[in-house]
Design a protein around this ligand. Structure first.
Ligand SMILES: NC(=O)c1ccc[n+]([C@@H]2O[C@H](COP(=O)([O-])OP(=O)(O)OC[C@H]3O[C@@H](n4cnc5c(N)ncnc54)[C@H](O)[C@@H]3O)[C@@H](O)[C@H]2O)c1
Length: 282
């Protein structure tokens, strides 16, 4: 049976584990925090129950899917994985450390993929002795719902790695789109400056968060306004991505909105902390 290891059990990691296990993969979910693992599995359970209520998955299949997911606080759980997907905190130093460690522990021939939103795949690959096996596999949030997977080809990524990653994304029922490595790739090079600009509109007193979101939903046909989307992504993740764009492209053009920095410092991270541009009860 195919085996995947997912590193990081937060917003994205638990969603990625969910879709792999649902497609029949043996899944190891790894995090440094036992608490994050417990919350990650609880989220998968809740989302599966939602799918059951909609009639998309039977109760018996839910139990089977959950049984395929094992949790661990050690990267050793990646030792027999065909593909490892790193979905840890968006911080270059954390990712570099994980990839150095994975290079030692993952089996030869394994694909080492990162779900990073913005950090250079070339720099991540350079941490390993197998840069040909390193690729970006950028899922969208919420993973069980969104079909796009941005596949990021680094300078050293082999054709074999890209074609296997594309095939795995298709097997999961997703639509892979290939792009080259650059800060923010395509998705966040375009999306994040829009979110940042929406935050400037609130900061400058031009409109309330509700008004900004209404303009973009009704006027531009966006299903979710940029500030509700920022809350879903996590304001800390948005700030990290803006900093990567700023460092890698242009300091002034990609300057994070001071309001975004203030909210992150105050612990207002969006849905995951219960408060962002909107308040969340659950
Ligand atoms: N949130 C989004 O909408 C979104 C969308 C696409 C991609 N991403 C990317 O996915 C990755 C994860 O983002 P997230 O929103 O799930 O973050 P998150 O903050 O919800 O979760 C990150 C998890 O990583 C864990 N972690 C930290 N250091 C670790 C280590 N050394 N080993 C193992 N686990 C570790 C943390 O304990 C935490 O549980 C980031 O690279 C982010 O840019 C996020």
């Amino acid at each position: 049976m195919s085996k995947v290891a997912v590193v990081g059990a937060g917003t994205m990691g638990n969603g990625i584990a969910h879709v792999f296990a649902q497609r029949g993969w043996e899944t190891s979910l790894i995090d440094v925090s036992q608490d994050a693992l417990d919350r990650g599995v609880a989220t998968i359970k809740k989302n599966l129950e939602r799918q059951t209520k909609r009639g998309a998955v039977s109760g018996a299949r839910c139990a089977e899917i959950l049984e395929r997911i094992e949790t661990s606080t050690s990267l050793d759980a990646a030792k027999d994985a065909e593909i490892v997907i790193e979905a840890a905190t968006e911080d270059p130093e954390i990712k570099f450390m994980i990839f150095r460690d994975l290079d030692r522990r993952a089996p030869p021939g394994a694909i080492l993929a990162s779900n990073t939103s913005s950090i250079s795949i070339n720099e991540i690959a350079a941490q390993t002795k197998r840069p040909n096996a390193v690729v970006g596999m950028h899922f969208m949030n919420p993973v069980p719902v969104m079909t796009l997977v941005e596949i990021i080809r680094g300078k050293a990524t082999s054709e074999d790695t890209v074609s296997k990653t594309v095939a795995i994304a298709k097997e999961l029922g997703k639509t892979p789109v290939e792009v080259n490595d650059a800060p923010g790739f395509v998705s966040n090079r375009v999306l994040m400056p829009m979110i940042n600009e929406a935050i400037f509109c609130v900061q400058d007193g031009i409109a309330t968060p509700q008004a900004v979101d209404e303009v973009m939903k009704l006027g531009m046909g966006h299903p979710l306004g940029p500030l509700a989307l920022a809350d879903l992504i996590g304001l800390d993740v948005c700030l990290s991505i803006m900093r990567v764009l700023q460092d890698g492209l242009d300091r002034q053009k990609y300057r994070p909105a001071p309001l975004l920095e203030k909210m992150v410092t105050a612990g207002k991270l969006g849905r995951k902390s219960g408060q962002g541009f909107y308040a969340y009860r659950d």
